[in-house]
Ligand binder design. Structure first.
Ligand code: UDP
Ligand code: MG
Length: 325
C-alpha cells in the first residue's frame, strides 16, 4: 500500500500567497507520486483570517479531494493552528509548511528520501542566513537562542524553521503534550527523536506581509522561556544570596570605618540608590513569579487550544464538499 504524506499549512490572511502555494505544492505532489508512489493530502488551517483566505480554501477543497481545511472561529495564533493541523492529520508522514512559500516545497523530495533511509525520525530545516530581515530582529533572535540553550534543558537550534517532515510516531508524541501555552520549537526538541538538519538560504515571502510584529515575537519568546525553563524562578534566590553577601561585606566596611574615622553622618544618595535598586529587583522577581503563576492559572483552566467553526477534512464521495459542522 502506498504511504500518505500530510502537508500541514497554517494560514492567517494569506489570500495573496495561497494561490502560488497551491500551484507549487500540486507540482511537488505529482513528483512525489511519480518518484515514490507517495500520496499527498494538504491540510490548511484558516486561523481566523479576515480576508478571503477561507473562500480560497473552500475552492481548493472543491476542486480536489486532496485539499482539506479546518477554519477557526477566530485567530488563535500559529501554535494553535499547528496543533489543530497535527491533530487532524492522517498521514504516515507529516510535513509542516508556511503558506508564504518561505519554506520551499521542492525540499520535500530530499526530506522524504532522508526519512526513507530509516536513519531519522524527523528532517528539519534551518536557515543559515537571515537575509531580508531587520538587523535588530536578527540580533534579538540570536540572543534568544543563546539564552534559551543556556537556561533550558531542551536543545534549540538557531535559525530553525518550523518547516519539517516527521514520522507518525513523532507526531503522536507531540500531540501527547497537551499544554495550553504551546511553544513548538521547544516541544520538537523536548520529544527527542533523531533529527537531521537541512540548511538553506532564507527565502523572502512570495506575497503579503509577515504576521509577526516585533512585540508579538518578543511576547512569544517570553512564552518560550516560561514554558521550557524554570531558571527565572531561581533568580530571586540568587539575588537574595548575592545581596546577603554584599550586605555582610558592607557591614564590615562600615564597622572598620567607624572605628577608624568616627561616625560622620552622611549617605543620603547612597541610601536612595540601594533602596531603589533593591526595590527594583524585588518587583522584577515578583513579576517573574507572576508570569509563571499566570501560566499555571491558564493551564489549570483547561481551555481548548482552538475552536473549529468549519471543517472539510473527510474525503466525501461526491466532490470533497465542505461539511459545515
Ligand atoms: N500564521 C498563523 N496565525 C498567526 C500568524 C501566522 O497561522 O496568527 C501563519 C501564517 O499564515 C504563515 C505562518 O504562520 O503561514 C508564518 O507566518 P509569517 O510568514 O507571517 O511569519 P514569518 O515567516 O515572518 O516568521
Ligand atoms: Mg513567513
Amino acid at each position: 500500500m502506498s504511504k500518505l504524506l500530510t502537508i500541514i499549512v497554517p494560514c492567517y490572511n494569506e489570500e495573496e500567497s495561497l494561490p502560488f502555494f497551491h500551484q507549487r505544492i500540486l507540482q511537488v505532489a505529482v513528483q512525489l507520486k511519480v518518484k515514490y508512489q507517495l500520496e499527498m493530502e494538504c491540510l490548511f488551517i484558516d486561523d481566523g483570517s479576515t480576508d478571503t483566505t477561507l473562500t480560497l480554501l473552500r475552492r481548493f477543497a472543491q476542486e480536489s479531494p486532496q485539499m482539506k481545511y479546518v477554519s477557526f472561529s477566530r485567530n488563535f495564533g500559529k501554535e494553535a493552528a499547528i496543533y489543530a493541523d497535527l491533530e487532524h492529520s492522517k498521514g504516515d508522514y507529516v510535513a509542516m509548511l508556511d503558506a508564504d512559500l518561505q519554506d520551499p516545497p521542492e525540499l520535500l523530495e530530499e526530506m522524504y528520501r532522508l526519512i526513507l533511509s530509516g536513519e531519522y525520525d524527523c528532517v528539519a530545516t534551518r536557515r543559515v542566513t537571515r537575509k531580508g530581515e531587520p538587523p535588530i530582529r536578527s540580533f534579538f533572535a540570536r540572543l534568544f537562542y543563546r539564552l534559551m540553550n543556556k537556561i533550558s534543558q531542551v536543545d534549540m537550534v538557531d535559525g530553525a524553521r518550523d518547516y519539517r517532515l516527521m514520522t507518525r510516531q513523532m507526531v503522536d508524541s507531540i500531540l501527547s503534550l497537551k499544554e495550553y501555552s504551546r511553544f513548538s520549537k521547544g516541544i520538537f526538541g523536548w520529544v527527542g527523536y533523531r533529527t537531521k538538519w537541512l540548511e538553506y538560504e532564507n527565502v523572502e515571502r512570495v506575497a503579503g506581509e509577515t504576521k509577526w510584529s516585533f512585540w508579538k515575537l518578543f511576547r512569544y519568546s517570553i512564552d518560550g522561556i516560561v514554558a521550557f525553563s524554570t531558571f527565572p524562578l531561581d533568580l530571586a534566590a540568587i539575588f537574595g544570596v548575592l545581596f546577603c553577601i554584599a550586605a555582610f561585606i558592607y557591614l564590615i566596611v562600615l564597622f572598620v570605618r567607624t572605628l577608624a574615622f568616627g561616625n560622620p553622618v552622611s549617605g543620603y544618595p547612597s541610601l536612595m540608590c540601594v533602596i531603589l535598586f533593591l526595590g527594583g529587583i524585588q518587583l522584577l522577581t515578583i513579576g517573574i513569579l507572576g508570569k509563571y503563576l499566570a501560566k499555571t492559572y491558564l493551564e489549570t483552566k483547561r481551555r481548548p487550544i482552538y475552536i473549529a467553526k468549519e471543517t472539510a477534512t473527510e474525503q466525501n464521495e461526491n466532490d470533497g464538499q465542505a461539511d459545515h459542522s
